[in-house]
Design a binder for this molecule. Structure first.
Ligand code: AMP
Ligand code: GLY
Length: 429
């Protein structure tokens, strides 16, 4: 039977999914709040839809005769889009609203870990009274991470002793309108991501990726959705051992065992600390940018992964033994005061050997415009991180960065070495 796939979401991650499905034997339709020109060019049809409205997504899915759907971002998952598609008889690769709480409710996520004895859970407390949370900060011996329980696009966490002082953290809580926060032990180490495809209690893991959350070079500035990322030619990253990677995988396995009926991507954000691998958080979807590292090296047909997930027969995965480096161009001032509505001039031909992924831009009759979020990314794929970095960097130079910011340091030898030295120092080597 030929498949018709509906892709929900219009970011860089979804462009990577569209590209992975582009060569498959499937008809591809896509919907998003913004018109992503990269996805629109690949898909047989593209509709601007309010993707957090389950009825609107189902209506488009039915109109195009979708047999399968992939839900990219967390917003639609939190709004029950996967539930609505499933109810309409269209298998959605993405968890239902209740299972997505592993991402959408950080208090639930930590309680879930504690209840099911999932390894790698930091000490934590949850609060619905901000004054009580502030008191806890005063009384706590050590640094804490302050995390709003709900979705904040990766921008809500404040880490005491790193980004803010205890006084600033308390002020942040008092000035906020958060109704629930998690305060947890500050983890110190190197972060990495491992994503897994999950269905029917089975999981298939993908190579580790390191994202760069901070806005400015040298890991300075506010947290963002992620400025860029890299992966190595094997499963682990240069600062970690294969055992560290497998420790993270065993956390994902324990989590999938504890979840009832999870389907979609389970994303583990880990911290490699002096005491081993700890969980920073789980996401209920591919990472953005991490999907742009992972999908270009997936040799297995992504359509086979989707149909396998639906039909209870998840295939084994094969990856090209290649390193990848992804660099995002973001509107100037992102994330705090991004200049939306600026025209982006990207000469697609000049991306050279790099892969160009469009993200939160909007294609109009007279060109492509920025929104308030990340604009486009360039990804290099090569035998080594250094070569992949050069490919991404060269392509950025020709894409034109006017009105845009880029972290040029991502994937460069200096920064990768700093990560290696950091872990060696933590381990007392
Ligand atoms: P999250 O939204 O949970 O991914 O958090 C965003 C970022 O905050 C993470 O990528 C970490 O850099 C940082 N973070 C979150 N939790 C902790 C923690 N317990 N200790 C240190 N940093 C953390
Ligand atoms: N790159 C972090 C995220 O997708 O949440």
């Amino acid at each position: 039977m030929s498949e018709t796939v509906l892709l929900v979401g219009g970011g860089g991650r979804e462009h990577a999914i569209a590209r992975a499905l582009g060569d498959s034997d499937a008809d591809l339709y896509a919907c998003a709040g913004n018109r992503n020109p990269g996805i629109a060019a690949i898909a047989d049809g593209f509709e601007t839809v309010e993707t957090e409205n389950p009825k609107a997504v189902v209506a488009y899915a039915e109109e195009v005769g979708a047999t399968l759907a992939v839900v990219g971002p967390e917003g639609p998952l939190a709004a029950g889009v996967a539930d609505a598609l499933d109810e309409a008889g269209i298998y959605a690769f993405g968890p239902n609203e209740a299972e997505a709480r592993i991402e959408t409710d950080k208090a639930y996520q930590r309680r879930f870990m504690r209840e099911h004895d999932i390894p790698g859970c930091p000490d934590f407390e949850t609060f619905d009274d901000m004054d009580a949370a502030c008191e806890f900060i005063d009384d706590y011996d050590g640094d804490l991470a302050v995390k709003p329980a709900g979705l904040t696009g990766g921008k809500g966490v404040r880490v005491i002793g790193d980004q803010v002082t205890a006084e600033e953290a308390k002020e942040y809580l008092r000035d906020s309108d958060y109704d629930r926060v998690v305060l947890e032990e500050r983890l110190v180490g190197e972060e990495f991501t491992v994503q897994a495809f999950v269905a029917d209690g089975d999981l298939r893991v993908t190579p580790a990726v390191q994202d760069h959350k901070r806005a400015y070079e040298g890991d300075e500035g506010p947290n963002t959705g992620g400025m860029g990322s890299y992966s190595d030619s094997g499963l682990a990253l240069p600062f970690m051992s294969d055992e560290d990677y497998h420790e993270a995988v065993s956390v994902l396995e324990a989590t999938v065992d504890a979840l009832d009926d999870y389907k979609g991507v389970l994303y583990g954000q880990f911290m490699l600390t002096a005491e081993g691998v700890k969980v920073v958080e789980f996401n209920a979807r591919f990472g953005d940018p991490e999907a742009m590292n992972t999908l270009p090296v997936l040799n297995t047909d992504f359509l086979d992964v989707l149909t396998g997930a639906r039909d209870g027969d998840l295939p084994e995965l094969s990856f090209a033994p290649k390193a990848t480096v992804c660099k995002y161009a973001v509107p100037e001032g992102y994330p705090e005061n991004p200049t939306a509505g600026a025209k982006v001039e990207v000469d697609e031909e000049s991306a050279g050997d790099a892969i160009l992924f469009y993200a939160s831009v909007d294609e109009r009759d007279d060109g492509i415009y920025t929104t308030t979020s990340r604009a486009f990314a360039l990804v290099g794929v090569a035998d080594t991180i250094a070569e992949a970095e050069e490919i991404a960097e060269d392509a950025l130079a020709v894409a034109g960065e006017e009105g845009l910011d880029v972290r040029h340091d991502i994937g460069k030898a200096d920064l990768v070495q700093q990560r290696i030295d950091h872990v060696a120092e933590l381990r007392g080597e």
